[in-house]
Design a protein around this ligand. Structure first.
Ligand SMILES: C=CC1=C(C)c2cc3[nH]c(cc4nc(cc5[nH]c(cc1n2)c(C)c5CCC(=O)O)C(CCC(=O)O)=C4C)c(C)c3C=C
Ligand SMILES: [Fe+2]
Ligand SMILES: [Fe+2]
Length: 318
């Protein structure tokens, strides 16, 4: 039903995600965009292409993103009187954020809300997506009033959904062994320099981790923090990395581990290769059992969180 005060264009809802190759032929272009101007050697290209080959030859991220968008829009439209229209824009591959913005302008959108499918703010992630919106507006000489969701790392639906994943992972072990299970909460690493720059990313991750551990009822000694998936660049990246962290835990006698990445909201190469293949290999070498529950994907609690944070931004525009 159309609200009488808003009979013109619908309100735009722009969902942004990292983007992923839809075939191995996309790899050189995809990596060139991610590595922005830095040369990608043939060895690095081969290594990363091979990682994607091992997870099926393409990224599942675009498909998960579309499913998350469809589910969120159903819930959001049910809560909001104004007609809404969803758009998807990726940071590193098709459909590009700038193209989504052009489509919004072509559709006559004048007001919109925008969210990144990543709960934690960083100048090296969320801020870059937002800059691409501005670039899209400026290259098309257009204007749209945007309300941005910057972060949602403490939202109760997100925290509860991940706490449920933690419990699910622990329950994969026989009842008598569960007290000995150690939970590793992790997220994508970033260069250490972000700490000097006052970036909130690390603090927000630790805040999420504490809330998730508490909601899952974990003892303080039953969980720990690790970064993962550090980029291939010479500068130092935040650690410990998952591989060295597993080695450290093993050295302390821990042999049963549940791995729950909290910074990614869908299953893609950083989980399907970096945890399910690379970290599993390390765990096997160390005689550890590693369980990795599914990512949030279209978990109703997570979809409800996305709808809630967007609903608040829609209200701010009305
Ligand atoms: C918080 C920041 C980042 C998130 C979240 C993130 C997610 C993410 N990354 C990939 C795939 C790749 N990332 C690569 C490099 C890379 N990633 C980030 C940051 C985040 N990525 C940075 C800062 C960099 C380094 C860029 C550079 O200048 O080199 C790469 C390239 C290879 C490499 O360096 O390892 C890939 C591939 C996915 C799929 C993903 C999912 C959301
Ligand atoms: Fe990345
Ligand atoms: Fe990465």
């Amino acid at each position: 039903m159309t609200d009488s005060t808003h009979t013109e264009a619908p309100l735009g809802v722009l969902f942004m995600a990292y983007g992923g190759p839809e075939s191995l032929e996309d790899m050189p272009g995809y990596l060139a965009d991610i590595r922005a101007g830095r040369v990608t050697t043939q060895a690095v290209l081969d290594e990363i292409t091979n990682n994607y080959r091992q997870i099926g030859g393409k990224s599942p991220l675009p498909e998960f993103t579309r499913a998350q968008v469809e589910a969120t829009m159903q819930e959001l439209q049910a809560r909001v009187q104004r007609p809404l229209k969803a758009y998807i824009g990726m940071r590193h591959w098709n459909p590009w954020i700038e193209d989504a913005v052009r489509e919004m302008l072509d559709d006559g959108i004048t007001q919109a809300v925008a969210i990144v499918l990543a709960p934690h703010y960083s100048s090296m992630s969320v801020a870059k997506y937002q800059k691409k919106i501005k670039a899209g507006l400026s290259m098309n000489h257009g204007h749209i009033d945007f309300e941005f969701v910057n972060e949602y790392h403490t939202e109760s639906g997100y925290v509860t959904a991940l706490a449920n994943r933690v419990r699910e992972g622990i329950e994969a072990f026989p009842e008598g062994e569960r007290d000995d299970v150690h939970v590793i909460l992790s997220a994508h690493s970033l260069p250490v320099r972000i700490l000097r720059e006052g970036d909130p990313y690390a603090d927000q991750l630790h805040e999420s981790a504490r809330l998730i551990a508490a909601a899952a009822g974990l003892r303080d000694d039953q969980w720990s923090w690790s970064y993962q998936s550090a980029g291939r660049s010479p500068e130092p990246w935040l650690g410990p990395q998952l591989d060295e962290h597993l080695r450290d835990l093993s050295g302390r006698g821990i042999k049963k581990v549940v791995s729950v990445p909290v910074g990614f909201v869908s299953d893609h190469v950083e989980i399907l290769f970096d945890i399910d293949i690379a970290a599993q290999e390390t765990a096997a070498e160390l005689g550890m059992t590693l369980v990795r529950p599914p990512a949030l994907n279209t978990d109703p609690l997570f979809i409800g969180t996305l709808a809630s944070v967007l609903e608040r931004k829609v209200a701010a525009l009305s």
